[in-house]
Design a protein around this ligand. Sequence first.
Ligand code: HMG
Ligand code: MG
Length: 309
Amino acid sequence: MLGMKGVKIVEVGLRDGLQNETTNLSVEQRYDLFERLSDAGIKNIEIGAFVSPKWVPQMAVSSELASMIVPDLKKSKSKVNVSTLVPNLEGMLQALEADIPEIAIFAACSESFSKKNINCTIDESFKRFEPVMKLAKEHKVRVRGYLSTCFGCPFEGKVSEAKVVAIAKRMYKMGVYEISIGDTIGVATPGQVESLFKKLKKALPVAKLAGHFHDTRGTALANILAAYNVGVRTFDSSIGGLGGCPYAPGAAGNVATEDVVYLFDGMKVKTGVDLNKLLATNAWLQPQMDHALPSKVGRVGKAKPIGKV
Ligand code: HMG
Ligand code: MG
């Protein structure tokens, strides 16, 4: 257990990361990446998405990958928790087939993004979640929730805090165990993060909230610290800083897991993750992606101890 001061890292590189990369890693490469991430100590790993392969072809191997990972985890009673995105009943049926212990539903806080990302209104998306939640309950599948465009929408710009809080409450009432608050396009700055999470905290237990920051404008780590200072203890990140959302133009990848672990190691906040193993994973992954990965710590490594010449 991480204790009061620890944070939980949710690794989303295999999903959020790879969904927006042009290099389509094979299922074997993804399996290797999963093994390396879990060996580095990450306990929560999103491995794919049961979405339409016409919409996101990079996630088409999610079922195959799940069939390589899930039975082994179950057999070994592993503490590693794996999940996949599910937008609708069709995705939920695939999740049940794959025997996935956890899924994540996702909704937007702006109508235009909802339409572009999942081809329906926010209300319609919640209607689609009803049969998903019913099946999840029946089959004892844990459900996480994501909210996108919480700090700004690529099509509409400003999104009101009151709207985000109302949608978060609506999603929480459906029975998700945690809600990840997404800065989909990486526009947030720390004052905004502090303000929104303080309002969310009044509506929901802070232990049920997570921060999901894309690093488009270099503010993700500052935003994590702002959320941490308000009491948030769960953060999503992606190895190397891979990714983005294919339906959010211009959005960069998630904050890099290496950078988040470096930050918390320096603050003496436990993550349970071994930074050296993450750096080795970064070095292994980079040539396979065919481009430099944006992680800052990944690029230069850890600093030499200060004061020792
Ligand atoms: P649609 O075209 O409106 O759906 O797409 P439909 O119900 O009319 O079905 C059309 C076709 O898709 C049919 O196939 C269905 O069978 C198939 P056809 O008859 O044409 O051969 N289909 C499916 N196939 C596989 N899995 C399914 C599924 N559902 C239908 N689950 C849909 C609606 C939701 C399916 C589509 O819009 C979609 O897949 N969108 C996903 C987009 C996506 O994955 N975006 C990225 C993830 S969200 C994100 O990154 C944000 C997040 O990171 C947080 C943040 O940063 O803010 C979470
Ligand atoms: Mg995202």
